[in-house]
Design a protein around this ligand. Sequence first.
Ligand SMILES: N[C@@H](CCC[C@H](N)C(=O)O)C(=O)O
Length: 266
Amino acid sequence: MSTTLHFHKYQGTGNDFVMLDDRGQTFDIANHQLVRFLCDRRRGIGADGLILLRPHAAYDFEMVYFNADGYVGSMCGNGGRCTVAFARQLGVIETSTRFLAADGPHEARIDADGTVHLRMQDVLGQQEVEEYGVFLDTGSPHLVRFQPASTLAELNVFAEGRAIRYNERFREKGTNVNFVESPSAPDQPWQVRTYERGVEDETLSCGTGVTAVALAASKRGASSPVHLRTPGGDLRVAFEARPDGSFTHVFLSGPATHVFSGTVAV
Ligand SMILES: N[C@@H](CCC[C@H](N)C(=O)O)C(=O)O
């Protein structure tokens, strides 16, 4: 028997999500086929991921993130910012919050202009990964590769990213792959394009990805806050570096936009 599902579509610098108000906890998180359908850009609503907003006894809400492949994912930075904006739209919060996500608790606030500042988990220092680049876990696993000047725009991110994501070193758990071009001048941003695990394609932006890039770039002269430009828009990452090479007070900041709401037959 078919029924209808009320949904809300959000995007954060082009990384887009189907948001469901699941405070009734009725959504079957094991229904991978339904999540894949809802994220399908031709047969369903279309999104890089799906996010449930659920109640939690100790936090304002819990965010449950699914990749477009239908499976529960790790932390989603842009999705976290969109969930904060969604919680405000629902009246669950006002302008600040503490919520639970896959990698633990997060705090966030929303400015009057709609910018969402999301505190990420502390990040351990980067690990050099031989010829591939540097690896950091910012709530999701990220490989960061710095590219030669003026090469990022023409790079085949899908082919290059997929080859790394499925190679011997990363195949088992997968990784997101971020390709970076350093600023052409001091007042210019760091440019980033990302192949995203679980979407298995290039996305217009990846929040945990630009966070990894900013922290890796701090070893190449970038200072907090780092201005990053993705094909989907600009983000900023602020942080404090610790003497042991780890990072704290990591904040991902940028827009989070409600695009439309609707109902879908499921
Ligand atoms: N786009 C997200 C990343 C979500 C997790 C990623 N797909 C993975 O599985 O690692 C973000 O904004 O962080």
